[in-house]
Design a protein around this ligand. Structure first.
Ligand SMILES: CC(=O)SCCNC(=O)CCNC(=O)[C@H](O)C(C)(C)COP(=O)(O)OP(=O)(O)OC[C@H]1O[C@@H](n2cnc3c(N)ncnc32)[C@H](O)[C@@H]1OP(=O)(O)O
Ligand SMILES: N[C@@H](CCO)C(=O)O
Length: 358
């Protein structure tokens, strides 16, 4: 964790949280908070759980969300939370994550804006953190989640599951805390963010620094193109033009931008994007391959055949280096990176295999 360079984010973090943000309160009666501290950063983590912990906590599964996700893995849209659970189809009786068997824990990431401490929150001096919020790494985020596990009495997770940014944290958990992760699913995530990932993020960060609110919309448009595949966009929208004169694909991106701006904090988006840029499990550990050899979890690594953000070779690298990981698993989908949210049947099968319930 480092403080920001002088001048960083002069326009970032001064915006009030967007109206309707799911930052406070307990709208679904399941959200809980844990208070912890990293050096210079007292924090709270909002989390939701499903199911009942076994006396020895041996049935605990950690589910980690992606960039704009949160603790609401399952359940309907709610007041203040305009989207249903992001893996709603995976949680429930008879589903891959059955609360009758598993104690499912889903925290909102450190630096996020859906209940957990982020730049939107109040600093110890009583003023909003804003642009003073420390720069976080994925390792800091996992360190905070380790404190949550300690508080819940979970010595080792039966499984840690994550897609995209959640997959980065899942992998970091398995590398930094190998004794505490018995099984691991890394889905559509890399061992380290690549030059292209950082380049795409750079354009998004510049947009937000120019104008936090409109910039967040631009950032989402840039990002969303990378979340879908070129053939899909072509097949769905082609060159169609709407009555209002916009290309249909422009209108589609406008829609996703508007939705995100209404529910997400620009400064959190910056914090989380910078954390993803920091992601490199090999840093200070002798490189990626050496770091991945630390993993002792029963591991399933999966990618999506149409993912252009984290192409399959990024997951092949992980599957190749993690001891006993076996072959890379491939989710077949036209939808690109977002398939980790969309292809519920295929992802359920992966979760079954990780949990040994398939
Ligand atoms: C990790 C996380 O979990 S984040 C939380 C969930 N994720 C998000 O909200 C991220 C943003 N959304 C997405 O990434 C995707 O919508 C997913 C992955 C959730 C779902 O993907 P899909 O089912 O393929 O939805 P798709 O991307 O086609 O978007 C559908 C929306 O676009 C709208 N849309 C489609 N075509 C157009 C168009 N030409 N003009 C305007 N809007 C359009 C639809 O009306 C629909 O709107 P709604 O979501 O408000 O109902
Ligand atoms: N749609 C996903 C993509 C990033 O993985 C999100 O918004 O979190």
């Amino acid at each position: 964790m480092t403080s920001r360079p002088p001048g960083f984010g002069s326009t970032v973090g001064e915006t009030p949280p967007a109206a309707g943000g799911w930052r406070e309160g307990d709208p679904n009666g399941r959200r809980r908070w844990f208070r912890g501290a990293l050096p210079g950063l007292p924090f709270r983590i909002a989390y939701e759980t499903w199911g009942t912990p076994a006396a020895d906590r041996s049935n605990a599964v950690l589910v980690l969300h992606a960039l704009t996700g949160d603790s609401h893995v399952a359940g309907p849209a709610e007041p203040g939370h305009p989207t249903p659970g992001w893996w709603d189809g995976l949680v429930g009786p008879g589903r891959a994550l059955d609360p009758a068997r598993w104690f499912i824990v889903a925290p909102n990431v450190l630096g996020g804006c859906q209940g957990t401490t982020g730049p939107w929150a109040t600093a110890p001096d009583g003023r909003p953190w804003g642009a003073r919020f420390p720069r976080l790494t994925v390792r800091d985020q996992v360190a905070a989640e380790v404190q949550l596990a300690d508080a819940l009495g979970i010595d080792a997770w039966a499984a840690v599951l994550g897609g995209s940014m959640g997959g980065m944290r899942a992998l970091e958990w398995a590398v930094s805390e190998p004794d505490r992760v018995r099984a691991l699913l890394v889905l559509a995530a890399p061992a380290a963010s690549t030059a292209e990932n950082i380049a795409l993020a750079s354009a998004q960060l510049h947009a937000i620094r120019l104008d936090p609110v409109r910039g967040l919309g631009v950032a989402r448009r840039i990002a969303h193109v990378s979340y879908r595949s070129e053939p899909e966009l072509d097949a769905r929208f082609g060159r169609a033009v709407q009555d209002d004169g916009r290309f249909a694909v422009e209108s589609y991106l406008d829609h996703h931008a508007d939705k995100l701006v209404r529910r997400f904090d620009p400064a959190s988006y910056v914090t989380l994007t910078e954390a993803m840029n920091s992601h490199d499990v090999g840093r200070g550990r002798g490189g990626v391959r050496a770091a991945l050899r630390r993993v002792t979890a029963r591991t399933v690594v999966a990618g999506i055949d149409s993912d252009r953000l984290y192409p399959l070779r990024r997951q092949a690298e992980i599957a190749d280096a993690v001891p006993g990981a076996g072959d890379l698993r491939v989710v077949t989908s036209p939808h690109g990176h977002d398939a980790f949210l969309i292809e519920v049947d295929q992802v359920s099968k992966l979760v079954d295999d990780v949990l040994g319930t398939g």
